[in-house]
Design a protein around this ligand. Sequence first.
Ligand code: GLN
Length: 275
Amino acid sequence: MPDVRSVLAKAAQRLGERADAELLLLHVVEQPRSWLFTHAEDVLGMDVQTAYAALVERRAAGEPVAYITGRRGFWSLDLEVTPATLIPRPETELLVELALERLPPDTGVTVVDLGTGSGAIALAIASERPRANVIATDASAEALAVASGNAQRLGIANVSFMRGDWLAPLGERRVAMIVSNPPYIEAADPHLAQGDLRFEPTSALASGEDGLDDIRRIVIDGREHLQSGGWLLFEHGWNQGKAARALLLKAGYAQVFTARDLELRDRVSGASLRA
Ligand code: GLN
């Protein structure tokens, strides 16, 4: 009889990836990770096996695990994700860390997350800074519905959601911090047509010929929406650090920097608006 161990081994072989096989099985049996260790000898019912086999085939056809399970962990949060939202990446936690370094624990300032998607960045910051007022914007109503659903389910009340392009929803308002993981892949990058990226919204991934169209816009418009001394922090590609700093300097920002992710690649740049 097929027990958990053998069913998993077979799926891992099919997918060439043990972690995905485990996540999908845990999703079918609705159990936490520890279940794998305590139930390795359990015999799986026919219905579970059938449901699992179907998910393994979807993954084998390329669909990202997070879209199959509808879930992805980010920071300390378990987020709902759908094909309307980018799948949060671990390297984006660097952006959250850099934001928190600039926000004292009891801060009551306003922080805006542009293009929030599933709400990952906004919710991580809001959960760590409960007195801060976080505004999450997105041009996609579908994405905002996912993000606000996540806020509700996680009981994070200090985030509000506004629909619109980048800073447009703010009107004339100025804030203490702007953060964003905008699209930054070059429109002609062949990776967009490969692997998991194929399934994600192109509007959340690609940004013009050099991938910098949206970053240029955020850098320029950010000046009209930051209080003096306020910080702008955004994610970008590993090869865009120099260009990002040049844009910030040209736009007149101070304290311009680039930070590297855990794999030592340029990942986030930022600067403050001159007083
Ligand atoms: N980091 C993502 C990737 O290269 C892109 C995310 C983005 O464009 N913001 O897969």
